[in-house]
Design a protein around this ligand. Sequence first.
Ligand code: TRP
Length: 359
Amino acid sequence: MNTTVLPDTAPAAVTTDARARSAALEEEVLRSPGRFRVLTGDRPTGRLHLGHYFGTLHNRVRLQDLGAELFVIVADYQVLTDRDVADDLPGHVEELVLDHLAIGVDPARSTIFAHSAVPALHQLMLPFLSLVSVAELNRNPTVKDEIAHSRQSAVSGLMFTYPVHQAADILFCKANLVPVGQDQLPHLEVTRTVARRFNARYGEGVFPEPEALLSHAPLLLGTDGTKMSKSRGNAVTLAASADETARLLRGAKTDSERHIAYDPVHRPEVSSLLLLAALCQGRTPEEVAAGIGSGGAAALKGTVTEAVNEHLAPIRARRAAYARDRTYLREVLREGNERARAVADATLAEVRTVMNSRY
Ligand code: TRP
């Protein structure tokens, strides 16, 4: 068995390597998309916003449309890692499915499924847990960060072990490409370690060592100038109406300088708004700024509001249409769950065989 421990690499170094590797992977996806099975997903904790959309969501659709096979996991069990009770979990699960359908994830080609609906996936966690040490679990920087910000009074066992659970999320379908943000890199490292050690102990070639595809997440700030986040109420959601969007953006923090220029270091709030408009319009933030000139914050907000509402209009129209058809929505999820279950059952059967535990 491979007994090397997780490298204690500084996050900055990990990121540089991961960036270079992601660029190479991007090229490979363009060359032969059919080689890739992509798995990624989210915790269902609320509606997705523009930060998610430009950071990860539209990249999922792009990979699907290039011809990669896409699995989207709605990680409902993972919600339990940072809260005692999940409020309206079924509602949040449906919202996530709606967001994905609205942006163009096509259930005929891609699989959207809920974690908890796939029992065999969870069963993989047990042998996987045997392959990592407590010391390794303890070292995960993302888990440490979550513990530091946790609202729970005590740290649960799930908090330490959910990265191994996430390895099961990825390996059950033998995904080889996982588009994620930087905070998920430690979990990808756990997944690769689990795959490598499983293969070394029980049989080469059972699991691929999946690679992270880092999203080029543009740094969009919330309307209050802090990190855009569901819980801070500072984000424009995909589901928001044009009026709500206008209201939220009208209240956005800016500065008192009339001349609008793109300067992320000295004018982060103004620059984030320029970036948002630019992403919506497929222009550079400098071009957007030049169009506004000395129009001040009001003109900037007007431009951004129009850009966002125009870009999201077709997405919102699709979302509203799907939202009216709950039967279809549930059908998409039911079919996705079924497909995921078939894949997970086959993987578990294979795991049992190589572990010599078929009775
Ligand atoms: N941990 C991810 C997040 O918080 C969600 C997630 C669960 C995930 N399982 C996954 C992401 C598997 C990628 C692959 O956003």
